[in-house]
Design a protein around this ligand. Structure first.
Ligand code: 8YV
Length: 312
């Protein structure tokens, strides 16, 4: 008998196909009545494969009393209430490391695009402005500037390596100082004050909610750039929008937003922001590796073995 699982939302196609062949899988996203769906599978479902931002909290877990494991597609588990899972003895897994390089590439692209305004210069060219209005205005160098990494984990370290190759200097802030060769700042405001570009790489969730607020953006200042490849929730989004509109910071590169996939349309008219639709890990290779790890965790658990990448 195949173990029974719920898939929360339609995710990566290859991963979905394997999940649906290896497990008896029910797709929550297709259910017209969520409560009735959970009730229908309450006594048989032992695993959940999560995709995307749907909240998985104690109420959801209680609706599935046989639930043993929640296997997330993605490194960020902010949509899952970890305390609720822990209390109920439910295992939570994620997909760390396999996405570090792809996400770090995205971070570097946003950094260079925000600072050098490459996308805006392309729009300028495509708008047939070059011949009629002359060269695109000068921008500023990334090299020689200070990159402040807020949340220096494995992705942050991969970003640091790339930024060093661009001749940037690295500083960081974490809750705890790490054994790394980069100067440490004791709080986000000090880091922002000491940085030309502030790179947000923290996990999402209640502990980092609006960690980047007006004080941090004031410290970054009118010459400073902000890049966010973490979660939209880490930044006070309306404040960021206002600071960009009023040019109280120089610019931003954003891969994530507070209420994805909905992005406040005011962002679209900003000429000092570069916006990506959460593509940090969005490559064929990386998404396959993430899916393989998500599946591997379920497979191991249902074979009675320890999972590979446990969060709680
Ligand atoms: C994915 C991510 O876009 O890993 C994460 O936490 O945010 C991204 O890699 C997301 O998980 C896909 O649903």
């Amino acid at each position: 008998m195949k173990p029974e699982i719920i898939i929360t939302a339609r995710g990566h196609a290859g991963t979905m196909a394997t999940l649906q062949s290896e497990f008896t899988a029910h797709l929550l996203a297709d259910a017209p009545d969520r409560a009735a769906f959970l009730k229908q599978h309450a006594n048989t479902v032992k695993g959940v494969a999560t995709f995307g931002p749907m909240t998985v909290d104690g109420k959801f877990m209680d609706a599935l009393p046989k639930l043993e494991i929640i296997s997330n597609f993605g490194v960020g588990v902010d949509a899952i209430n970890l305390d609720d899972a822990k209390k109920r003895g439910i295992i939570v897994t994620n997909t760390p490391d396999v996405l570090n390089e792809a996400v770090a590439d995205t971070a570097l692209a946003l950094l260079l695009n925000a600072v050098r305004r490459f996308p805006q210069s392309e729009v300028y060219l495509r708008g047939a402005n070059w011949a009629s209005r002359g060269p695109y205005p000068l921008t500023t160098d990334a090299g020689g500037k200070v990159l402040g990494i807020l949340g220096l984990g494995r992705i942050g370290e991969a970003i640091a390596k790339r930024a060093i190759a661009c001749n940037m200097q690295i500083r960081y802030h974490n809750r705890r100082k790490k054994d790394v060769p980069y100067p440490y700042d004791p709080d986000p405001v000090t880091l922002a004050k000491n940085s030309d570009v502030l790179m947000v790489v923290t996990p999402g969730g209640p502990e980092t909610n609006k960690l980047v607020n007006a004080k941090v953006l004031d410290a970054l200042g009118p010459q400073g750039f902000l890049v966010n490849i973490a979660r939209g929730s880490v930044i006070d989004e309306p404040v960021l929008l206002r600071y960009l509109q009023e040019k109280r910071i120089a610019g931003a590169g954003l891969d994530v937003f507070a209420d994805e996939p909905r992005v406040p349309p005011e962002f679209f008219t900003l000429e000092n922001a570069v916006l990506f639709p959460h593509v940090g890990s969005a490559t064929v290779e990386t998404r396959k590796a993430m899916g393989d790890l998500q599946i591997e965790n379920l497979r191991l658990h249902f074979a009675g073995k320890p999972v590979k990448t446990r969060v709680v």
